[in-house]
Structures are given as C-alpha cells and as structure tokens.
Design a protein around this ligand. Structure first.
Ligand code: PEP
Ligand code: MN
Length: 276
C-alpha cells in the first residue's frame, strides 16, 4: 500500500481488516446497512427493519441522537430511540448502527448499539474519537464534509491508537461549489482509501447526494468503485420524514435497488475475478 505520509502508520499494515458484527463480516463480504435517518417511533422503525431485512440489508441504521443544523428541528428520541432500535434488533436479528454525538453518552449508546457511528460533523472531535477508541464496539467513522483523505485517516488513527482496531470508514459526500446536490459524493476516494489503508470503506449515497432520485445510480457506482458496502436511508413515507425527507427512499424502492446492487456486484466480481 502506498505511503500517504501519515504521522502514524498503522494504516499501512498489509492485511485488510475484516470487521465482524454478529454474522456480518464487513471487509470480506459486501454489506448493505439500511434504515431511517432518525428513529421517529416504534412502528416506523420495526416495520422498516422488517422490510429492509427482507430486502437483503444486513444491519439496521437509525439515529436516536441527531445532529441537526437548527436547534428547533427534531433532535431525535434519545434513550427511547435506542430502546426502539434494540426491539428492532430483537425481532429481526439485524445489528444496530447508531450515532454517538457526545462522550457523555458512551455508556448509554453502547448499551444498545452494535456499531457506534461518529458523524461527519464530529469526525474531528478528538475527545470523542479517543473515547470510542477505548470502546469494544466497532466504529463507523463518517468523512468530515471538508476533510481530506489524510485528515480522515488520522481520525481513524485516533480510534486505532486507543486500542480499538475495528474502524469502518464511510464516504458521505463533501462540500463543493455545487448546490444541486446536498454534497458531492467523492467516489474516487474509495479506490484511494484502498491504496493507502487496510480499513474497510463504505459509501452513503443518501447524504452524499441529498436526493432520492440519485441514490440508485450512485449506489451502483459505489459498487463499481470497490466499496465494501453501502449505507442507505429508508423511510416508510419519505415525504413525511422528520429529517432528511428528500433523500430517503421507500422500502419498495430499496428492495428493487438491492437486486440491482447484487447484479452489479456479480458483474464487478466477474470483471476482477482473475486479479484477486
Ligand atoms: C447520519 O448518517 O444520520 C448523518 C447525520 O450523517 P452525516 O454525519 O454524514 O451527515
Ligand atoms: Mn440523515
């Protein structure tokens, strides 16, 4: 792997990291994480969990603590949201990915989550990174919206250097001059990560585009880019969602999408069969 001149070099170990969560082996098999932007209520979350599982999702996402631009927007259900996620896991067996925003919540969120998500806005919250670095849960580290690859990997290093080797990187779009899309999904970063790091990396086309109509093509392109998985927002009634309503897709759309993703994955495996 190429040397990115990181201050610390644990990224350049030769063996690719595989992260086991229940029976999921992220880094070894292609993994789709799906679920609502936010946990809004029990019925919505359970129904979505059942549907995304039936469609082929391997983990359930859902925010209980939401980082919102406005303090007057829905902030998430907090502990009640975490309990709902735990019920969804109990029923479907899907491991839970949920965001941690504050070091004060580490024991609370860890009680319910299988994977701790550090959001884009907190990518460089070094205190939080050190805290999740001392946890025994895998960490899904989203790329900061203005972070370079080196900055992002150094943040992963904060987690690794505290003793937690289980970091999943997630590209979710960066800020550019373009305003049609919410962010600019930087798919070139995926093969770049693969050149310089052993960590698995997934793509979030929902936040990466901010537009439900663009999710399908960007998901397929993410597969072609060599990503280890996808994280996609799914809502029962996207237009009524309490957050991110323009980018969430319906369970039916998700189900059709998974079939196309699987076909794309087989095509890519075919193309690269002799090189692995
Ligand atoms: C999310 O995944 O719910 C989220 C808030 O994403 P990001 O941190 O990428 O904006
Ligand atoms: Mn969201």
């Amino acid at each position: 792997m190429k040397n990115l001149k990181l201050s610390v070099l644990s990224h350049t170990q030769n063996k690719r990291t595989v992260i086991r969560v229940g029976d999921v082996r992220l880094g070894e098999e292609f993994v789709i994480i799906a679920g609502p932007c936010a946990v809004e209520n029990e019925e919505q979350t359970l129904e979505t969990a059942r549907q995304v599982k039936a469609a082929g999702a391997r983990m359930l996402r859902g925010g209980a603590f939401k980082p919102r631009t406005s303090p007057y927007s829905f902030q998430g259900l907090g502990r009640d949201g975490l309990k709902i996620l735990a019920r969804a896991r109990e029923e479907t067996g899907l491991p839970i990915v949920t965001e941690i925003m504050d070091t004060r919540h580490i024991s609370l969120v860890s009680e319910y989550a299988d994977v701790l998500q550090v959001g884009s806005r907190n990518m460089q919250n070094f205190t939080l990174l050190k805290e999740v670095g001392r946890s025994d849960k895998p960490v899904l580290l989203k790329r900061g919206m203005n972070a370079t690859l080196a900055e992002w990997l150094n943040c992963a290093e904060y987690v690794l250097s505290e003793g937690n080797p289980r970091v999943i990187l997630c590209e979710r779009g960066i800020r550019t001059f373009e305003t049609y899309t919410r962010n600019t999904l930087d798919l070139s970063i995926i093969p770049a990560v693969k050149e310089v790091s052993h960590l698995p990396v997934i793509v979030d086309p929902s936040h990466g585009t901010g537009r439900s109509t663009l999710i399908e093509r960007m998901s397929l392109a993410a597969v072609a880019s060599g990503a280890d998985g996808l994280m996609i927002e799914v809502h029962q009634t996207p237009h009524k969602a309490l957050s991110d309503r323009y980018q969430q897709i319906s369970p039916d759309a998700f189900s059709l999408l998974v079939r196309k993703i699987n076909r794309m994955k087989s095509a890519m495996d075919d193309i690269y069969r002799d090189e692995s």
